[in-house]
Design a protein around this ligand. Structure first.
Ligand SMILES: [Zn+2]
Length: 388
C-alpha cells in the first residue's frame, strides 16, 4: 500500500521539545503516515519517494505547540466572546493541540449529573469527529458537581471521556469532596485540573493553596491565577510541595507566572512547567497567547528560548501523556515552522525570542499534512518554508 511520506529539507534549527536536550542536530525531518520516522542530516536519511516535500529555507522546526487550557464549546465558535474561527486563528499562532479545561461557556450548561455527563460525552465526540482547520482539540471535560458517585466517573471513562474540567467551577468547593472525585477520575484513567486563585467571573470562587494540595489534581490549573493570582507565599508553597504540572496561563497574572518559573528553576522543577491561554476568557481569545507566553517567560524569566519552547510542547506532552509535542520516532508529525520576525532585534530566532519578540510562523503541519502556511497573525518572518 502507498504510504504518505513527508520530507522537510533545509531546516535551519530543530527544537526537540525535550527540556534535557532542547536542540537536535540536523537539517531534515522525515515522517511516514503522519508519524515521525527519522531526522538528522539529509544525506544520512532516506528522502526518496516523498509524497510531500517542504523546503524549510533555513527556518526553525519545533513540535507543534500545545495549549493546555482552553474552554471550547462547539466547532470553531465561542459564545464567550461571540467569535468565529478562534481555533483557526490559534493554529496561526503555532498551536496544533488544545486541551479543554471544561466546556463551561456553553449557554445553559447542564449542572445536573445526567446532563453534565451528556455534555462531556457529546463534546468529546464532536471535537474527535471535527478538527477545526486540522487542530486537535481534546475536549469533553466535565466539571464536578455535588451528587456525583464513583459509577459516574466509571461511565464517563468508559464512554471515552479522559479529562476533568477545572475543579472549583462547579458546586464542589471543598477539598474533601473534590479529592474523592479526583481520585475516582484517576482510578478510571481521567486527568484532572483545578481552578487556582481568585474567582474568575461573578459566581466562581477562591481556590487557595490548601484546597489545591488537598484535592491533588494532575495539573495545577493556572497556577498564576485566572485572573487573580494567589499570594506569592502560597504559589511558592505549591511549587515546593507538588509533583503535578505547574500550568501558567496568558489570562493570568504575568508577574506570578514569572514567580513560578523562578521558583521552579530554583527547585530544579522546570520540567513541570506547562502553558495555556485559558482562552476564550474574560480577556478574550488569544491566538498568539502561547507564543507570547514563551517570549514573556524567556525574556522576563531569564529562560533560554529553546527551554521556554519546551514549556509549550514537550513538557505538556509528558505531563498530559500525549502522542504529540516532542521529536521522537513514532510521535505524531505535528510541527510548527517559524523564523525570526522581520526587523526583530537579535542575531537568531532564539535570541530575538529571548529579547521578548514573537517569531513569525511560516507553516503548521498536523499528522504529516500541511494545515496552514504563512500566519496571518504573527509578524512576518525573514524566510518562509514552502511546499515543493
Ligand atoms: Zn479557571
Amino acid at each position: 500500500m502507498a504510504v504518505d511520506k513527508l520530507v522537510i529539507k533545509n531546516i535551519g534549527l530543530i527544537l526537540s521539545g525535550d527540556i534535557d536536550k532542547p536542540i537536535f542536530e540536523g537539517d531534515c525531518m522525515v515522517a511516514i503516515d503522519g508519524k515521525i520516522s527519522s531526522w538528522g542530516n539529509a544525506k544520512d536519511l532516506d528522502t526518496e519517494d516523498a509524497t510531500i516535500t517542504v523546503d524549510a529555507h533555513g527556518v526553525t522546526l519545533a513540535p507543534g505547540l500545545i495549549d493546555s487550557h482552553i474552554h471550547p464549546v462547539v466547532g470553531d465558535y465561542t459564545p464567550r466572546q461571540q467569535q468565529l474561527n478562534w481555533i483557526d486563528s490559534t493554529l496561526h499562532g503555532g498551536v496544533t493541540t488544545m486541551i479543554s479545561a471544561g466546556e463551561v461557556h456553553m449557554p445553559g450548561r447542564p449542572k445536573d449529573v445526567v446532563g453534565l455527563k451528556a455534555l462531556a460525552i457529546a463534546s468529546q465526540r464532536w471535537y474527535e469527529n471535527f478538527r477545526p482547520s486540522g487542530m486537535k482539540v481534546h475536549a469533553g471535560a466535565p466539571v464536578i458537581e455535588h451528587g456525583m458517585v464513583e459509577e459516574d466517573f466509571k461511565e464517563l471513562a468508559n464512554s471515552g471521556v479522559k479529562l476533568l474540567g477545572e475543579v472549583g467551577l462547579g458546586t464542589v468547593k471543598d477539598g474533601k469532596t473534590a479529592k474523592q472525585m479526583v481520585d475516582w477520575a484517576r482510578k478510571y484513567g481521567m486527568q484532572s485540573t483545578i481552578h487556582t486563585g481568585g474567582p474568575s467571573i461573578p459566581g466562581s470562587g477562591l481556590i487557595d493553596a490548601d484546597m489545591v494540595m488537598e484535592t491533588g489534581t494532575d495539573v495545577i490549573g493556572h497556577i498564576n491565577g485566572g485572573h487573580s493570582a494567589l499570594p506569592d507565599d502560597q504559589i511558592i508553597c505549591l511549587c515546593e510541595s507538588c509533583k503535578s504540572a505547574f500550568e501558567i496561563v496568558h489570562n493570568g497574572n504575568e508577574r506570578a507566572g514569572i514567580l513560578v518559573v523562578n521558583t521552579a528553576r530554583e527547585l530544579g522543577k522546570l520540567d513541570q512547567v506547562i502553558l495555556g491561554t485559558d482562552g476564550p476568557a474574560g480577556s478574550g481569545v488569544q491566538p498568539l497567547g502561547i507564543l507570547r507566553m514563551v517570549a514573556m517567560l524567556s525574556s522576563l524569566g531569564n529562560v533560554p528560548a529553546e527551554i521556554a519552547f519546551c514549556f509549550a510542547n514537550g513538557n505538556t506532552s509528558r505531563q498530559r501523556e500525549l502522542d504529540t509535542g516532542i521529536i521522537e520516532a513514532g510521535k505524531c508529525a505535528d510541527f510548527v515552522l517559524m523564523d525570526q520576525a522581520q526587523h526583530a532585534p537579535g542575531k537568531s530566532i532564539l535570541e530575538s525570542v529571548q529579547l521578548g519578540n514573537l517569531p513569525g510562523v511560516g507553516m503548521t503541519i498536523i499528522d504529516g499534512k500541511v494545515t496552514s502556511t504563512r500566519s496571518r497573525n504573527t509578524p512576518p518572518a525573514d524566510r518562509l518554508p514552502e511546499v515543493i
